[in-house]
Design a protein around this ligand. Sequence first.
Ligand SMILES: Cc1cc2nc3c(=O)[nH]c(=O)nc-3n(C[C@H](O)[C@H](O)[C@H](O)COP(=O)(O)OP(=O)(O)OC[C@H]3O[C@@H](n4cnc5c(N)ncnc54)[C@H](O)[C@@H]3O)c2cc1C
Length: 378
Amino acid sequence: MAQESTSRNRGKYTAAIIGAGPAGCICAYYLQEYLDVTLFDKGKFLRTILPTGGGRCNLAHAEYDFRELAANYPRGEKFLYSVFSKFGTSDTVDFFEKIGVKVYTQDDNRIFPVSNSSADVRDKLLKSISKCHFVKEGVNKIQPLENCWKVETEKSTYAFDYVIVATGGHSGYELLKKLDIKIQPPTQSLVGLTTKEDFSSIAGVSVNDILFTHKGLSGPSIYKISSIRARDEFPYKLSLHLASCPDFQEDLNSNPHKEIKNLLGQIIPKSLALWILNSQNINPETPCHNIDGKTRDKILNKLTDFEVTVTGKVPDGEVVTCGGVDLKGINSKTLESKQYSGLYFCGEVLDIDGFCGGFNLQNCWSTGYIVSQSIINA
Ligand SMILES: Cc1cc2nc3c(=O)[nH]c(=O)nc-3n(C[C@H](O)[C@H](O)[C@H](O)COP(=O)(O)OP(=O)(O)OC[C@H]3O[C@@H](n4cnc5c(N)ncnc54)[C@H](O)[C@@H]3O)c2cc1C
């Protein structure tokens, strides 16, 4: 850290990292041996890692091919090729092992710490960056001067050779607007969706990774859709695949006296079966032998092409930001601003966001690392 007059006076270059979230902290880790690093945060350092993975910290995804990994980012895919080719999933695992966080891979390829504790990851990561200065102050302004960057907080003014913006997806854009840096408008991704249809009578029912809620829909499949369609205007229609039943006619034939609600209840949760039958004005007690071809097709159609009208978002998921610093203004090899020399970006502040499953933290680890190497080699 250096007050305005003391930039470079320690013989080492100085760097300010604004935002001590996952991206800022990994960047600090790699920089601290080479530069005099100051981390600024307006709140508790690295607190944003605590709720991740439901408190277990899903810190990466076991996808080791950089192109396949990048395919999980609706915003940023191509930009991330160069980033992930230099720091991918195996580098993340190595990094955590190095700072004392052993990890394991779940059956669904999500990677977690063996401790299953984000608090543990936070402690180890904070310990690993002990050579840095920690300043608990919100940064209000950054400004390029002739030979350095001026950083203004609510309490003081500092000067640095390099500034790294790692302010995440929820704030920090104001700092950048003052510098005329283009921001893609932020909107929420990885969220639940509200629907025109009322599913409150089946709230809590889950099928094929789709969860019906009081307000509409949620669950892993819906989070993914909310990400892909993050910028779509409301209302829009969705067609959902609830279940496959290629032998439905055969099932009807072999259970002639079974009520249709019970047969359908073997394929999908019974309350959902009832909801579907009622929505189609089909008597749930109809014996299967009385289900004619037209009625059968109506039911089948609901199972494979369940149409809903989406009316809005509910912030009940991982909630990451779609939008942020426009990638066109950033050099993808160095993550330095094309407008300002010495200004770098990493993490969610960039217009990069991925699906659930460890991809958003991976973006932080990878971009944080790239920024550190660009500065060390500048
Ligand atoms: C509930 C929840 C669960 C999640 N679970 C997962 C998961 O399991 N796996 C996964 O991959 N992703 C997960 N994510 C997403 C992941 O947490 C984020 O993508 C990640 O935290 C972004 O890191 P970051 O360092 O870019 O920014 P942040 O974590 O947002 O950190 C930015 C920091 O900058 C500080 N800051 C901002 N502006 C200023 C300023 N002007 N001055 C000083 N400080 C400032 C903030 O206080 C903050 O501490 C989850 C998100 C949520 C909300």
